[in-house]
Design a protein around this ligand. Structure first.
Ligand SMILES: Cc1cc2nc3c(=O)[nH]c(=O)nc-3n(C[C@H](O)[C@H](O)[C@H](O)COP(=O)(O)OP(=O)(O)OC[C@H]3O[C@@H](n4cnc5c(N)ncnc54)[C@H](O)[C@@H]3O)c2cc1C
Length: 650
């Protein structure tokens, strides 16, 4: 809890970041509206209340320092100066001010009032939710402890129900195995999807939305809930590239992955997910991408999506990263988990975080987890006894389960790959309506393999107001507000590299995972710089009149400026905290498969080297990154792992 003096400083901080500014012709009050006018201070306080005590204390301490610097009585200009001076004085202060600034911007432009709208959206030209969520009830009923601890018996317990875990649970249940799924997130259905950004982060994202790595270098995004990332991801379906399959076969011992056998897994997943290219209308951002690629002679491809053509509505598809209320999305929840429960007797426990794998006589014996009710009032221990354990908690959490259990060997948590990406915005001088249509409908794959099997893909992103505002580098309040006033004219391209270098997942003293990642591998640095350059050239060729690479201290380019000088400057942006803004929505490899127990956790079939009966079922199992958006590869690999588990059981 903040003191009233600290709360007062917080309010001033909010209105220093987003102040009320006089502006001619401010008909909708955008310029006059400050952060506290939309309740950003209340939002930050609510967010703080959910944080651990020591983080709250650190933020309180930062507010005390601001007070000591005279923040409370300073003029608005002096307050901005105090923030700049303090940020330059110490790295922790810079990190603290940076985080608070991001949260204030996220809430100011993302939060909604009782009418379900944010008043700033009028200036942004954002219509907000386009359809009421349907009233349909849930298709299945999760098992939930009822006043006491829960003990279950099964043939297989699956930890995590995303792209990998959801598929494996479905396949094994359909094959007649008694399956229990433990999922840390909650079961959400179409009725829960109100097309609101902040609610979606809270309800369906890992740790409540975008989170930095421990070293602050990369912002991580992942799904959490029954169906995992497949419930909120952007439905971009790409098959595994041949050169990646050969690398996994030749260097990591997954020999069948380079053969027709793996094609059969890919094709089956493709079919089951109803993947189609018939629902990928190009919005104006994708039209710009297409135009730019044509002008430069670069390849452009329409994206295939796991989507039910009969339920398709392009206006709703633009919000699918907040959960899809139309029911068109073919997530693992729809395709595998709901049928597993409804037709094959599988049991799912949502809100249950697996803490550790039970190991007896050196082999799997089950899983112990901690369940909590959604309001936090009820808690229980859940014990599932089973001879087969599939760990599929996502590459950020699977290593946590193994490390807490003391299994997996020296590679557990190592070799974390992120497909880190930079973002470049193009200002086209006209309303881009980037909120319309599938967030990823086309891509430039010209540079997928520029050096040794490594390269980058160029794609677009889902339109967001909150994350978009917080990702726009903050220089001065007036500049940021101007950038938001022009936000509607912008479209973003990302350059997502297949990373050769890697990070690591470790445990903090409380047993929670922390991801670490430095982009320092020389090939990765080269490819990221190539990607930044390509993003700029693509916008320029498409006719953007302004270009802005997202990064601290990086100015924008305006029509008439020297483009080559801008590219040169952008290529020199440091690729770490305080430099280029780096995002990752693709975490992989942190409990990888391979032949060598010193450098891999699981054998080439997916079973742990050191613990019989424990299998890795998610993106953690990738020996190296896929280089393509990973969902289809994760699922094809999970399909293969499910078959391997069945084979052992026979
Ligand atoms: C915004 C966004 C957009 C994306 N768009 C695309 C796209 O268009 N195409 C594509 O190919 N990929 C996309 N991805 C990536 C893709 O969704 C993920 O790579 C994929 O879902 C990862 O699958 P997984 O099985 O490894 O883990 P996840 O799908 O992340 O599932 C892991 C599950 O485990 C649960 N869990 C975690 N810890 C525990 C625990 N201790 N106990 C029990 N459960 C636990 C989590 O809550 C989660 O539900 C996107 C990702 C994001 C975030």
């Amino acid at each position: 809890m903040l003191s009233s003096a600290q709360t007062q400083v917080l309010r001033l901080l909010c209105d220093t970041i987003v102040p009320s500014l006089p502006h001619p012709g401010d008909t909708d009050g955008f310029w006059a509206r400050s952060a506290t006018d939309v309740g950003a201070d209340q939002g930050v306080l609510a967010m703080l209340a959910t944080m651990p005590d020591e983080q709250q204390a650190a933020i309180g301490g930062l507010l005390d320092i601001l007070a000591l610097q005279g923040f409370g009585t300073a003029s608005p200009e002096s307050r901005e100066q105090i923030l700049t001076t303090l940020s330059l004085a110490s790295a922790p202060a810079a990190a603290g001010i940076g985080s608070l600034t991001s949260v204030i911007l996220l809430i100011t432009y993302g939060a909604v009032g009782p009418d379900g709208r944010n008043p700033n959206w009028t200036r942004l030209g954002y219509p907000g939710p386009v359809a009421a969520a349907p009233a349909d009830g849930p298709a299945i009923t999760p098992v939930r402890p009822d006043g006491g601890d829960l003990e279950l018996d099964a043939d297989v317990v699956v930890v995590g129900s995303g792209a990998g875990g959801g598929l494996i649970a479905g396949r094994l249940a359909a094959a007649g195995r008694r399956v229990v799924v433990l999922e840390a997130g909650r079961y959400r259905t179409e009725a829960d999807f109100h097309q609101l950004e902040l609610a979606a982060y809270q309800n369906s994202y890992w740790r409540g939305g975008p989170q930095p790595t421990g070293d602050l270098n990369v912002t991580l995004m992942a799904g959490a809930g029954l169906g995992g990332g497949t419930v909120i991801n952007w439905t971009n379906c790409l098959k595994t590239k041949d050169w990646v399959r050969r690398q996994w076969a030749d260097e990591h011992g997954l020999t069948d992955v380079a053969t027709d056998a793996f094609d059969r897994h890919l094709d089956r997943v493709w079919r089951e997910l109803s993947v189609t290219d018939q629902c990928s209308e190009l919005n104006r951002v994708h039209e710009a991408m297409h135009r730019g690629a044509e002008a430069l002679g670069w390849s452009f491809a329409t994206i295939y999506r796991n989507w039910d053509e009969k339920r398709h509505d392009a206006a709703i598809a633009g919000h699918l990263g907040f959960g899809d209320p139309s029911g068109a999305k073919r997530s693992t929840l729809k395709v595998y988990l709901e049928p597993a429960v409804a037709e094959h007797g599988a049991r799912v426990v949502d809100g249950c975080r697996a803490e550790r794998v039970l190991v007896e006589q050196g082999r799997a014996a089950g899983v112990v987890g901690r369940w909590s009710s959604e309001d936090g009032a009820g808690t229980a221990t859940v014990t599932v006894r089973a001879p087969v354990v599939v760990v599929a908690a996502g590459a950020l959490e699977t290593p946590g389960v193994l490390l807490r259990s003391g299994i997996g060997g020296p590679a557990a948590g190592d070799y974390l790959r992120l497909h880190p990406c930079t973002v470049t915005m193009g200002d086209y001088g006209t309303d881009m309506q980037a909120w319309w249509g599938a967030p990823q409908a086309g891509l430039v794959n010209e540079f997928a393999n520029v050096e040794d099997g490594y390269g980058f893909l160029m794609e677009s992103v889902q339109y967001t107001t909150g994350l978009g505002a917080s990702a726009l580098p903050f220089t001065t309040a007036a500049e940021h507000k101007q950038a938001m006033a022009d936000y509607r004219n912008n479209g973003s391209f990302i350059g997502l590299i297949r990373d050769r270098g890697h990070g690591r997942v470790t445990l903090d003293p409380a047993g929670n995972t922390v991801a670490w990642y430095s982009l320092t591998d020389d090939l990765d640095v080269r490819n990221m710089r190539r990607a930044v350059e390509a993003e700029i050239r693509l916008h320029h060729a498409a006719g953007a009149r302004g270009i802005r690479v997202l990064g601290r201290g990086m100015p924008g380019w305006r029509f008439g400026d020297d483009l080559e000088a801008y590219i040169d400057r952008a290529r020199r942006l440091p690729l770490r905290a305080g430099g280029a803004t780096l995002f990752s929505a693709h975490q992989m490899g942190s409990c990888r498969m391979g032949a060598d127990p010193a450098t891999s956790v699981a054998d080439p079939r997916g079973e742990l080297h050191d613990t019989e009966g424990v299998w890795i079922g998610d993106a953690s199992a990738f020996p190296t990154p896929s280089g393509t958006n990973p969902m289809i590869t994760i699922m094809a690999l999970a399909s293969r792992t499910a078959a391997n588990i069945e084979e052992v059981a026979r």
